[in-house]
Design a protein around this ligand. Sequence first.
Ligand SMILES: Nc1ncnc2c1ncn2[C@@H]1O[C@H](COP(=O)(O)OP(=O)(O)O)[C@@H](O)[C@H]1O
Ligand SMILES: [Mg+2]
Length: 471
Amino acid sequence: MSCPQLILHLPYSPPFNCYQLFFYLSWLQNACHKGSYGYQKLKEREPRACIRFKCALTNTILDILRRRPGWVEVKEEGEWDFYWCDVCWLRENFDHTYMDEHVRICHFRNHYELTRKNYIVKNLKRFRKQIEREAGKLEATKCDFFPKTFEMPSEYHLFVEEFRKNPGITWIMKPVARSQGKGIFLFRKLKDVIDWRKVKQITCFILQDGVRTDDQKDETQVENYVAQCYIENPYLIGGRKFDLRVYVLVMSYIPLKAWLYRDGFARFSNTRFTLSSIDDHYVHLTNVAVQKTAPDYDPEKGCKWMIQRFRQYLTAKHGAEVVETLFAEMDNIFIKSLQSVQKVIISDKHCFELYGYDILIDQELKPWLLEVNASPSLTASSQEDYELKCRLLKDTLHIVDMEGRLTGKEKRIGGFDLMWNDGPVSRAEGNVDTPVNGSFMANTHLGYNNDRKKQLKQLFKSLPTQQKVQC
Ligand SMILES: Nc1ncnc2c1ncn2[C@@H]1O[C@H](COP(=O)(O)OP(=O)(O)O)[C@@H](O)[C@H]1O
Ligand SMILES: [Mg+2]
């Protein structure tokens, strides 16, 4: 093993922080120990005739990968160039898998810094303090888009203090690492949390005292919760609560390079909103997984609105300027949340990630970030939903660019607009640029017309390497 080769194969780009160094050393140790990596020369990204892919999911993404010209599926233990893996695979294998220069996978190693409900709070709080120190109080208020949140049980006493300051308001308890509304409950009385704590302590005691299976061990370790201030005044349409699902693709953290998708949707609850029945999940949780079990759920109608329809509705009601402000505030949420983890996420060049943001809008038209998902559902709930996910995934693969067709200077690729490229990206014509003072317009088009086919045709026609393109 010679040093120059090792430097070429660093899994993370310098500069390191302590965290990255730790992961690098454990990666190195594992790789050497297992002997699982070779010593190929550093290759430039070059067009590849055939891309070998693996896929851990059996939904839309598998359809898209199978239909992509020049891509072949690899099953079981075969070598692969691209892996749409799940986070379990990542946890168990990433640290001792050597990846060639061109190889790509769909998660960052420690994505949970952004996507676990307790870690995102910790990172946002730290980032807010940093902004306050460096740029002042006013600037720091731009981070105030996350409802007040405490980790439980570790911040129980802080939570109780806060709870007593505002008696009567509603709180929501959410397990930090579950999804689809599982394990969530709302409460107004401290007694409910005390009961929850007791049950948890008893469960831990029984499990610790008896013989624990591995699953039980995991459960006692991961079942932390967050207690979060419940947004009691959600914006309602037709009397119903909804939240937005928006897609953000991150190609690199250092430098931060992030794309925003034009499509997304609003997910409505099936039952009219009221604060008088806080135990009714059909009223308060807008997850499709929850709503589709409602007795009066109509699968034909579904419970979604495309984000274009939502934007038009708001514009008709409140005017374009108000809507522009709301969407600009959402852009701020995407960027600030990514910046809050920029220094802790291991920015490995083999990794990219397609995040699903959950945003709730209140009656003052203020957007709140509820959570960021590392594995947003790619299962379709209707034909319209299937088509949206197909567009989203095709365009994601265009940007990942295993085929090596892009120049790297593109500001738009299909339905994705480059939102951040080590700094804000302007909407002005031309390639990646720096903002011009005064007339800066962000290059984001959430809820705009997604004329992606036309754009892709023009884009690929203009590129030097001509290959068969499926739009
Ligand atoms: N702080 C909150 N205020 C109001 N509604 C919330 C809040 N947090 C969550 N919800 C509702 O609960 C749903 C599930 O919460 P979320 O944090 O997205 O967890 P999950 O991982 O289970 O989807 C959201 O889609 C939203 O409808
Ligand atoms: Mg959610």
